[in-house]
Design a protein around this ligand. Structure first.
Ligand code: ACO
Length: 324
C-alpha cells in the first residue's frame, strides 16, 4: 500500500504587519528586510487566536479538499513549537474542536521540519495498515515567542497553519521522505526558558528568556548545506531526477537560501513555489501553507511531482518527494 496526500488546506490570520510598520518599532528598514530576506509582510494572529484555532481552520479545508468525512480520520498529528500550552498536545485540542470523539492525537516538535517529519510518520502508519486517514496539521503562533524589540528575529517570523490528509492512494503518493536531526547544535535556535531546564521565574521573564533566540548566520550556513543533502537523498530514494520535478517547496526562511539551493538543482523560478514575501517564516506551517495555496490556485495539479525540503530548530532537516 502507498500513502499519499489526499487533500490540503491552509489558514493565515487577517492581520498584516508590513516592513514599514516594523520600521517604526525597531531599527530596521523595508529595504534591508526585502533584500536580506525577501519578506515584505507577515500575518499575526489575534490575541485570542491560538495554534489550535488556526490549525482547525486549515484542517477543515484539508478534510473538505480530501473529500472525506471527518469521522473517517483515524489519527491527528500536529507539528508545532508554539502549541496553545506547553502540554498537553495541541493535536488533542484540534481533535476536540473538530468533534472527533476519542480519535488519538499527538504533537511532534521538529520546528520548521515538522511538516515533513509528519509526512514521514503518517506515511509509515498508513503504509503499515494501522491507520487509514491521518490528519496532519502544522500550525504556529511564532508571534507569541517573538521578542518584538529584537530586529535580528522579529522581522523574520509570522503566524499561520497548513494541513494535509494523508491516506492510501492507487497511483503516485509519497515517493520518499527523509528526516534528520542534530541535537548538539540545538542552542543555535531555541527558546531557553519555559521548559524543565529553566522554568519560568521573574528573572527569566525579565531577561527575555521566553523568546526565540537564533544565531542567524550559522543557521544560514547549515541550511544551505543540509537541505540539498536531504533533497538529493529524497530524489535518489524516489528514483526521480531533478528534471522530473514539477515544483519545489522549500521552507520559507530566507529568499537567498531558497534561490541558491534551487539554482544548484537547476530549478527555474517557475518551478519554485515562494510565498515568503507575504507570510515570512511560519516554521512548521510554511511548507503546507505554500502547498495548499499552490493547489488552490491551480498551480500544482494532480499528477505533479513536488519536492519539499526544510531546515530548522533541533536542529532538524528533511526532504520529501510527493506525486500529488
Ligand atoms: N534590520 C537591519 N539590520 C539588521 C537587521 C534588521 N532587521 N537584522 C540584523 N541586522 C544587522 C545585523 O545586526 C548585522 O549588523 P552588524 O554587522 O553591524 O552586526 C548586519 O545586519 C548583518 O547581519 P547578518 O546576521 O550577517 O545578516 P544576514 O545577511 O546573515 O541575514 C538572517 C540575517 C536574515 C537572519 C539570515 O542569517 C538568515 O536568514 N538565517 C537563516 C534563518 C533560518 O533559516 N532559520 C531557520 C528556521 S527558523 C525556525 O526554525 C523557527
Amino acid at each position: 500500500m502507498t500513502a499519499g496526500i489526499l487533500g490540503t488546506g491552509y489558514y493565515v490570520p487577517e492581520r498584516i504587519i508590513t516592513n514599514k510598520e516594523l520600521e517604526k518599532t525597531v531599527d530596521t528598514t523595508d529595504e534591508w528586510i526585502r533584500t536580506r530576506t525577501g519578506i515584505e509582510e507577515r500575518r499575526i494572529a489575534a490575541d485570542n487566536e491560538f495554534v489550535s484555532d488556526m490549525g482547525v481552520r486549515a484542517a477543515e479545508r484539508a478534510i473538505q479538499s480530501a473529500g472525506i468525512r471527518k469521522e473517517d480520520i483515524g489519527l491527528v498529528i500536529t507539528a508545532t513549537i508554539t502549541g496553545d500550552n506547553p502540554w498537553p498536545a495541541s493535536a488533542a485540542l484540534i481533535q476536540k474542536k473538530l468533534g472527533l470523539g476519542n480519535t488519538p492525537a499527538f504533537d511532534i516538535s521538529a520546528a520548521c521540519s515538522g511538516f515533513i517529519y509528519g509526512i514521514d510518520i503518517a506515511r509509515s502508519m498508513v503504509e503499515s495498515g494501522r491507520y487509514k486517514n491521518i490528519l496532519l496539521v502544522a500550525a504556529e503562533k511564532l508571534s507569541s515567542v517573538t521578542d518584538w524589540s529584537d530586529r535580528n528575529t522579529c522581522v523574520l517570523l509570522g503566524d499561520g497553519a497548513g494541513a494535509a490528509v494523508i491516506g492510501p492512494v492507487e497511483t503516485g503518493g509519497i515517493l520518499s521522505s527523509v528526516i534528520y536531526s542534530d541535537g548538539a547544535s540545538r542552542e543555535m535556535l531555541y527558546q531557553p526558558a519555559g521548559g524543565s531546564a529553566m522554568p519560568a521565574t521573574e528573572e527569566t521573564v525579565k531577561n527575555k528568556m521566553h523568546y526565540l533566540k537564533m544565531d542567524g548566520a550559522e543557521i544560514y550556513k547549515l541550511a544551505v548545506e543540509k537541505m540539498p543533502q536531504a533533497l538529493d537523498e529524497a530524489l535518489k530514494t524516489a528514483k526521480i531526477t531533478s528534471e522530473e520535478v514539477d515544483f519545489v517547496i522549500f521552507h520559507q526562511a530566507n529568499i537567498r537560501i531558497i534561490k541558491s539551493i534551487a539554482k544548484r538543482f537547476k530549478w527555474p523560478d517557475e518551478k519554485n513555489i515562494i510565498n515568503i514575501q507575504r507570510y515570512g517564516n511560519t516554521s512548521a506551517a510554511t511548507i503546507p501553507i505554500a502547498l495548499a495555496e499552490a493547489v488552490e490556485q491551480g498551480r500544482i495539479k494532480k499528477g505533479d511531482i513536488v519536492a519539499m525540503s526544510a531546515f530548522g530548530a533541533g536542529l532538524t532537516w528533511a526532504g520529501s518527494i510527493v506525486k500529488i
